[in-house]
Write a protein that binds this ligand. Structure first.
Ligand code: NAD
Ligand code: SIN
Length: 486
């Protein structure tokens, strides 16, 4: 077991951060010490602190984006959009908090009132992924703090420096140090945190493998809230698209943005047999023009590298496996340099591959599936145990109506990419993509629980039914019957 986490720049190999693994027990104890006071503060006190946080992050946008780029290898322009999402999260979460978890009082028949209020759970653990190391954990942490919870945040072992930076910004904004705690570590520390009796719930964004393990672990614990935001094997159908170049651009954006390391990335491109060639050719032409390079390259690259060499190997193996099974490569996915995790975007026709595995291959790889009619396209789109995002590119509103009605996914788009989900909407999937606790706008729902109270200023009650008649009034002097004998 490693007792030090070292984070290296995936492009240069340079070490950028190192720290010993943390102590889950100590972090949970600290957060337990802090949460009651934080929960007792007014909403406006907590919201003020988070608005200061948002301003502090805005002031550090260059520094923060540079760190995200260095730790993940994503282009600087894209890292900046991630920091902007962190900034914008606060206002969206405040609105969501009041809309999703409002307080309300309704007058009852007599003088009583029926009140609805929400309470925080207590201490929530947050486990973050590497692909959006700031934006996605922040999407749990901000709503959790607004609702009055304390948080123990364990960033991915691949992006701890970004995690530490984010936590520093909350503290600088005046969120007490015992209300947001940083736990450094990998899956082992994640497991310790998840198993700790002192947490009241766990908010997880990560792989289906991690999510399934946590789901099993939390099975016998209905007392703890568990929110799982997992991966996908997302379909993108292009059917009767009048503008082939625009359709091709949407395909490329959906499949290859962030080097394919988005949970919402398109993994399967479903097209009409016989009419597919112009689209595939247009996609291939864009792929040929994609600039792949380090974050600060000039001109800016469209994509950077994947997170590390091990991941590059896994994705390359996934591509080779599909080729071995009979897939027909249209654009080869290959390493740009042997010792660096840059990958060229892969496009492969897998129509004839009968034993395709329903796995998320987390990199720039898109599988093409040709089908004879739209009903088959819908069936293929739903041919997955996941259900995160799905998109249709088509000029036909009728087809979109059919697609929307039949798609099994939490995000169903029309003439828009599968990715780039809005923070102002619920973000989650069905099937193995989550456990029906969507994040983003609906994160407020899992950060607090509703308390219903019937309330009256004085007790006024009488039982009007189901009682025997009261005993008859006594007419004799009882004291005489019980006089003590001398
Ligand atoms: P991961 O599952 O490897 O790790 C996520 C976090 O959980 C890390 O902090 C890790 O240390 C910890 N962890 C892993 N296994 C654990 C376990 N059994 N118990 C406790 N902690 C554990 O995920 P990753 O590789 O960092 O991220 C990429 C994955 O995340 C992809 O599958 C992607 O689709 C998914 N993702 C989902 C969303 C979403 O909102 N649905 C968003 C982004 C990424
Ligand atoms: C992600 O996919 O990981 C982030 C959200 C998105 O781009 O839709």
């Amino acid at each position: 077991m490693t007792d030090t986490i070292i984070s290296a720049n995936p492009v240069t190999g340079e070490k950028i951060w190192e720290a010993p693994v943390g102590d889950a027990d100590a972090e949970v104890r600290a957060a337990r010490g802090g949460w009651a006071k934080w929960a007792a503060q007014s909403h406006s006190f907590r919201i003020e602190a988070l608005r200061r946080f948002s301003n502090i992050v805005r002031g550090k946008i260059d520094e923060f984006a540079d760190l995200i780029s260095r730790e993940t290898g994503k282009p600087l322009w894209e890292a900046r959009t991630e920091v902007e999402a962190v900034v914008n999260k606060v206002d969206i979460s405040v609105e969501a908090y009041f809309e999703r978890t409002p307080s309300r009082k309704k007058q009852g028949a007599l003088s009583e009132q029926n009140a609805l209020r929400h309470k925080p759970h207590g201490v929530l653990a947050v486990l973050g992924p590497f692909n959006f190391p700031a934006h996605l954990p922040n999407g749990h942490i901000v709503p959790a703090l607004i609702a009055g919870n304390a948080v123990v945040f364990k960033p991915s072992e691949k992006t701890p420096a970004v995690g530490e930076f984010l936590v520093g910004c909350y503290h600088e904004a005046g969120v007490p140090e015992d209300v947001v705690r940083l736990l450094v570590g990998g899956p082992e520390q994640g497991k310790e945190l998840a198993a700790h009796e002192g947490i009241d719930g766990l908010l997880f964004t990560g792989s289906v493998r991690g999510g399934l393990a946590l789901h099993q672990q939390f099975g016998p614990r209905p007392d703890k809230i568990l929110a799982l935001e997992l991966g996908g094997n997302n379909p993108l159908i292009v059917w009767d698209a009048p503008d082939i170049d625009a359709a091709a651009a949407l395909v490329v954006q959906s499949a290859y943005m962030t080097a394919g390391q988005r949970c919402t990335a398109a993994r399967r491109l479903i097209v009409e047999e016989g009419k597919h060639e112009p689209l595939i050719e247009a996609v291939r032409k864009i792929i040929d023009r994609i600039i792949i390079g380090p974050p600060d390259a000039d001109p800016q690259p469209f994509i950077g590298c994947v997170i590390d060499n091990a991941s590059a190997e896994t994705v390359t193996d996934g591509f080779l496996d599909l080729m071995m099974k009979g897939g027909n490569p249209i654009a080869h996915l290959r390493r740009v340099e042997d010792d660096k995790p840059f990958l060229t975007p892969g496009l492969i026709d897998v129509t004839s591959v009968s034993d395709r595995v329903d796995e998320e291959i987390f990199g720039p790889l898109l599988q093409v599936i040709r089908v004879p009619d739209f009903a088959s396209a819908l069936a293929e789109a739903n041919n997955t145990r996941f259900g995160l995002s799905a998109s249709l590119v088509s000029g036909s509103p009728d087809l979109y109506n059919r697609f929307w009605a039949n798609s099994r996914a939490g995000i169903v788009n029309w003439n828009k990419p599968t990715n780039g989900a809005s923070s102002a909407a619920p973000f989650g999937g069905i099937g193995f993509s989550g456990n029906h606790r969507p994040s983003a706008y609906y994160a407020a729902d899992y950060c607090a629980y509703p308390v219903a109270s019937a309330e009256a200023p004085a007790a006024r009650a009488a039982i009007a039914i189901g009682l025997k008649d009261p005993p008859a009034e006594k007419t004799y002097d009882e004291s005489k019957l019980s006089e003590p004998k001398s």
